[in-house]
Design a protein around this ligand. Structure first.
Ligand code: AMP
Length: 348
């Protein structure tokens, strides 16, 4: 039997970990990425470097692969749509159209009767002044913001005088909440009402970048159940195929809010490589390539620490404990705030 050739858009650490997992399942991978130093080229079978809007590269990619998935959600919708007209893309491109835009995403979630923080569309400074009830708040670009990029904290209306905001882009103003905890739920949907779900993962962010993740999350059982229920409802409403991550906030009164949806494998799910019999990456590949769905079980509790910037140097060549697993993303340059690798510890 000829091997399936899976196309993956994006060649960062998520693309790398997908390509590593694909080898185990005997799936070939072709990665298309706009970074010529993309770390995933160390792990895939074919690598195409080029702009995501370059028609020649898109054509070459389509001709090379049997079906397509992606490792990040900010790929131009037109590109996904064009590929999908010839080779199936999972998750389907329409999902990304919603998720790429914070306003569409939050409207979609609220329409399902699921709670988010309060928010309003902001097109000009006076829109902020007219929504004083959302201050203190965070002004976030509707598109292309991640790890805190494109975000401004507004503590008081007076702050606006000092902020230089380019209103060529649309923003949302989101009410700032006192966070008690942040959690995420990773699930892989195979078909209607057919999915594998991981237990909620507790996440700690510093400077808006994920620092550590652990299971079990130290939260009430009701919140564990509700977060899983909401993640399932979201994946069903999106008619999703593959691995998806829903990120949540919990405030001091134990209210649960969806923060955002990632239509892909997620950094907080890295610990599933060592904590479970089937990782989020393997489950994603199984779902998009229509392989068997395996009963996913937890083997260990675990914590994952992101190695950011120079943190990586401490672990390269370090002697690890028996319960420690080190992953070096082999990125070309070490930069502050850049995720360079991660360490997972498992516990009985
Ligand atoms: P985001 O890019 O929207 O996921 O935000 C990155 C991080 O900023 C989150 O993981 C939170 O730690 C923090 N954050 C974002 N929005 C809020 C909010 N409305 N209230 C409190 N903290 C927030």
């Amino acid at each position: 039997m000829t091997k399936v050739n899976l196309g993956i858009l994006g060649g960062g650490q998520l693309g790398s970990l997908l390509a590593i997992s694909a080898k185990k399942l005997n799936i070939k991978t072709t990665i298309f990425c706009d970074d010529k130093n993309a770390p995933a080229q160390n792990y895939c079978d074919n690598f195409i470097f080029g702009d995501y809007e370059d028609s020649e590269c898109i054509k070459q990619f389509i001709n090379n692969v049997d079906l397509v998935t992606y490792e990040f959600e900010n790929i131009p919708y037109e590109t996904l749509h064009q590929i999908n007209s010839q080779k199936k893309v999972h998750p389907k491109p329409e999902i990304n159209r919603i998720i790429q835009n914070r306003l569409f995403e939050k409207n979609f979630i609220n329409d399902l009767g699921i709670k988010t923080t309060k928010y309003k569309l902001i097109k000009k400074v006076t829109d902020i002044e007219q929504n004083e009830d959302l201050v203190p708040g965070l002004l976030k670009t509707c598109t292309l913001g991640y790890d805190g990029k494109g975000q401004f904290k507004i503590n008081a209306i007076n702050d606006l005088k000092n902020l230089k905001i380019d209103f060529k882009k649309n923003f949302i103003l989101e009410k700032f909440i006192d966070l008690k905890k942040e959690i995420s739920v990773v699930l892989t949907r195979f078909d209607k009402n057919s999915f594998e779900i991981y237990e909620p993962i507790e996440n700690i962010h510093q400077e808006q970048i994920l620092r550590t993740s652990k299971i079990p999350a130290d939260i009430k059982n009701e919140l564990k159940e509700l977060s899983k229920k909401w993640a399932i409802s979201i994946s069903e409403a999106l008619d999703y195929i593959g691995t998806l991550c829903v990120e949540f906030f919990i405030d001091n009164q134990d209210n649960l809010y969806v923060n955002e949806i990632a239509s892909r494998v997620h950094n907080s799910g890295h610990l599933t490589i060592n904590s479970h019999n089937v990782s989020q990456f393997e489950n994603h590949l199984r779902a998009v390539c229509k392989l068997d769905k395996l009963n996913t079980k937890k083997l260990y509790n675990a914590e994952m620490i992101n190695l950011i910037g120079n943190d990586i140097l401490k672990y390269r060549n370090a002697k690890l404990q028996d319960n420690e697993f080190f992953f070096d993303y082999k990125k070309k340059d070490i930069k502050p705030k850049r995720k360079m690798g991660h360490l997972t510890r498992i516990f009985k």
